[in-house]
Write a protein that binds this ligand. Structure first.
Ligand code: NAP
Length: 472
């Protein structure tokens, strides 16, 4: 496919191959953007921002609603594109395509809700006769940089609220998975986004990322991706508004009163979806000593039943990882843990980009499969003795994106919600659950700022305070 720069679908002699992780077959090629393309995109986005700012909220709502309708009409094509380029099973591709419609529809609705408020200035000393009101205005040019693992919906979580807020977006999708984002760009233009309201650059983040994030014409950066790239962007960005949606090693706590069948079903569902490549995947299970063995017995058959294979085969539950080198890394971390005293309960084998759904028990917090972000289809299980130890273990992480607890005890559930340092907390489900309308984002090194259209649009707009100094 071509990239979309300065109102033109643009090709280049220098291209990047987009491959299906299942068999490495080339699906398509995309241009490799360079410095000149970044400059053209930013010049265009400045013009686009002016065009976007002229649209009324109603116009923006109509355009995004139309985009959601077009996406709904092309669901299966979008789902196939997601699955083929990313490797997630087709059921997950369909779910993502469906969620993306909701995200764009939710963004459309927010275009109508950019409320300000009146501020009672006469409550301040010397405030008599003053009248204050806040208004929200677009930031201008928004740079959106997205990861490979949700190549459509996470792009929608950025571009949707950016356009709803009256900004121009410059999108840089992940190099492994640019096709879904390009198809979305086609749809947005077809729905009526002004020709320069969006620019979509394909190419290496390592090559063009700094140019995008350091440029002074950019007023807002919204990034989803790894912790290290996020930190680099923050350092480079300077004085700009920044939203960071970064990684995690999400824990789930299994209290002694938990219904173990339900826990096992939840861990199997939330630990291995998308071959574990979800930022909120269950990575660490902290299980009460009293139920530790029974929990492993309940989980093992459920994980062993997860069939791996071609992601387009409807019977397959776990597809390949996005690249073989990621499967090699997961294998190394699992082997390293086992060599340091952890116990392989099931899985632990790699074939190309495939990694068997794996359970590792007796994991110590300092092992990499526990303390770093694994981002693969393996779950690390660690015992604890009481809720205080469980919460301390859950918090023994630089990350804090999502966490879960299984218990029927309200006191424990509330203590967990108050004390676990995490942006999303789930009672009686695993951490991997998200409704696209909810506020979503991490604490600590999992990032800052919230997504979910209602919250993201606030991050994508500036609050202005207007004071009327009235003489009467
Ligand atoms: P990544 O390697 O950090 O890449 C993310 C994006 O950043 C890609 O578009 C990448 O481009 C670009 N990039 C790379 N270097 C850059 C630079 N120097 N400046 C600007 N942009 C640069 O992450 P990933 O492997 O795609 O995704 C997995 C990570 O995302 C995991 O850590 C996961 O937890 C996190 N994630 C977080 C959330 C959340 O909501 N918190 C959701 C999903 C994923 P290239 O592809 O060209 O390198």
């Amino acid at each position: 496919m071509k990239m979309y720069v300065a109102g033109q679908w643009t090709d280049k002699p220098n291209t990047i191959e987009v491959r299906n992780p299942y068999d490495n077959a080339v699906l398509d090629t995309v241009p490799r953007a360079d410095k000149g393309d970044v400059e053209r995109a930013l010049q265009s986005a400045e013009r686009g921002a002016k065009a976007m700012a002229k649209l009324s909220g109603y116009d923006r709502w109509k355009i995004l609603r139309k985009a959601a309708e077009l996406m709904a009409a092309r669901q299966e094509d979008l789902a196939q594109t997601i699955s083929k380029e990313e490797g997630k099973i087709i059921a997950e591709g369909r779910l993502e395509a469906n969620r993306a419609v909701e995200t764009i529809m939710g963004s459309a609705e927010e275009a109508k809700r950019l409320h300000g408020e009146t501020v009672p200035l006469d409550g301040a000393p010397g405030g008599a006769g003053k009248f204050g009101v806040t208004i929200r205005v677009p930031c201008g040019v928004v740079v959106a940089i997205s990861p490979f693992n949700f190549p459509l919906n996470l792009v929608c979580h950025k571009v949707g609220p950016a356009l709803a807020g009256g900004n121009a977006a410059v999108l840089k999708p992940a190099t492994d998975t640019p096709l879904s984002a390009l198809k979305l760009t086609e749809i947005l233009l077809e729905a009526g986004v002004p020709p320069e309201g969006i620019n979509t650059l394909t190419g290496s983040g390592g090559e063009i990322g700094d140019l995008l994030v350091t440029d002074r014409r950019v007023r807002k950066i919204t990034f989803t991706g790894s912790r290290d790239v996020g930190e680099r962007i923050c350092k480079q960005a300077g004085l700009k508004r920044v939203t960071m949606e970064l990684g995690s090693n999400a824990p789930v706590i299994v209290m002694p009163d938990a219904a173990l069948d339900k826990v096992a079903a939840a861990v199997a569902a939330t630990g291995y979806a998308n071959a574990g490549q979800v930022c909120i995947s269950t990575q660490r299970v902290l299980a009460a000593g009293k139920v530790y063995g029974d929990f492993l017995d309940a989980l093992r058959p459920k994980v062993q039943a997860l069939k791996i294979g071609n992601q387009l085969d409807e019977t397959v539950k776990v597809g390949p990882m996005v690249r073989e080198r990621e499967a090699v890394r997961v294998d190394e971390w699992v082997k390293e843990a086992v060599a340091s005293g952890a116990r392989l309960v099931t899985g632990g084998k790699r074939q190309g980009a495939f990694y068997e759904p794996t359970i590792v028990a007796d994991v110590k917090p300092e092992m990499r499969i526990s303390c770093d972000e694994l981002f693969g289809p393996a779950v690390a299980v660690t015992p604890f003795s009481d809720i205080d130890e469980a919460i301390a273990l859950a918090n023994d992480s630089n990350y804090g994106l999502a966490a879960g607890i299984f218990t029927e005890n309200l006191e424990w559930a509330w203590k967990f919600a108050r004390e676990v340092q995490s942006g999303n907390l789930h009672i009686n489900w695993g951490p991997q659950w998200r409704a696209d309308l909810m506020p979503y984002g991490g604490l600590k090194e999992s990032g800052f700022g919230k997504e979910g259209p209602r919250y993201a649009i606030e991050e994508m707009t500036e609050l202005k305070m207007v004071v009327f100094h009235l003489s009467s």
